[in-house]
Design a protein around this ligand. Structure first.
Ligand SMILES: [Fe+2]
Length: 285
């Protein structure tokens, strides 16, 4: 079994809640996952001070492998020249020199693709064909038994609730490309509430053997939770087993300041018989 702790939208800066941050850090320590994935928006305004705090947080997690990808908040919004000329300067300096990265852990290959597009979008994101080609090349070189995972901040599917939240442009085409490269899981954030869907929600032709699991997590440490998670903090704990992907949704209890189990979604892994395990969401409290 491979355990991945997925947290998102930390928003170091004015929106960061230090108490939630400490609870999140403790939850990571206690979960002792094989991998931590932070799916973008590490900062609120891409400032040096915010990046230093984010860097300190990541550094405090010890030896656990960490995958990080930038979000739309990780480039300057108001500093026009910086946005134009060196939008990822602080991200590269404090978090990662590369925007698109490859991380290998036993049993999995994770390709993180930057969807922050400071010259083409303000809030939404973009993926370039060359980024999808990069991911396809990496997966082509990986072993058949390794789970292929794509990490990208902006969702490829609309949020399944009342507030309109648009997916990335060309989501269906991108999901077809992700299916074709053999990936079975996409992780992201951005909408500040957690949900899990499958790619057939966007691409009906994926139904059956070609389903890709789409896991989008809420904001782990900021005050910017939305819709069902207004003023709430959450993260996902994913367990990838032989035949299934289980996603546990953890929500911060503000009385105890600990993240507690809220519900879980269990989905068959791509290509496994869908009759063996049914999609389910179980609420324990
Ligand atoms: Fe965000």
């Amino acid at each position: 079994m491979l355990t991945i702790l997925q947290g998102s939208d930390l928003h170091f800066g004015s929106a960061y809640d230090p108490e939630a941050g400490e609870a999140f850090r403790r939850a990571i320590e206690e979960s002792a996952p094989d991998l931590v994935v932070i799916t973008g928006d590490l900062t609120q305004r891409a400032k040096v001070r915010e990046y230093r705090e984010a860097q300190g947080f990541l550094g405090s997690l010890g030896d656990i492998p960490i995958v990080v990808t930038p979000g739309n908040h990780d480039v300057p919004l108001y500093r026009a020249f910086e946005r134009l000329l060196a939008p990822f300067g602080n991200y590269r300096r404090y978090i990662s020199p590369d925007l698109d990265t490859v991380t290998r852990v036993p049993g999995a290959v994770v390709v993180a693709l930057s969807t922050a597009a400071p010259h083409r979008a303000i809030v939404n994101g973009r993926l370039q064909p060359r980024q999808l080609e990069f991911a396809a090349r990496i997966f082509q070189e990986s072993h058949a038994h390794e789970v292929r995972i794509v990490v990208a901040h902006h969702p490829l599917v609309a949020a399944p609730d009342s507030e309109p939240a648009e997916p990335m442009p060309d989501a269906a085409r991108i999901l077809d490309a992700i299916r074709d490269m053999g990936a079975e899981l996409v992780m992201g954030g951005h909408f500040h509430r957690g949900f899990v869907l499958r790619s057939s929600a966007v691409c009906p032709a994926h139904e059956g053997a070609d389903e890709v699991v789409l896991a989008y997590s809420g904001t782990a440490t900021s005050t910017r939770g939305r819709v069902s998670e207004v003023s709430k903090n959450s993260f996902h704990l994913l367990m990838i087993e032989e035949d299934t992907i289980k996603v546990e949704h953890k929500l911060l209890n503000r009385d105890s300041m600990t993240f507690e189990f809220l519900c879980e979604t269990i989905l068959p892994r791509r290509g496994r018989p869908s009759g063996a395990v049914s999609s389910s969401s179980v609420l324990r409290r």
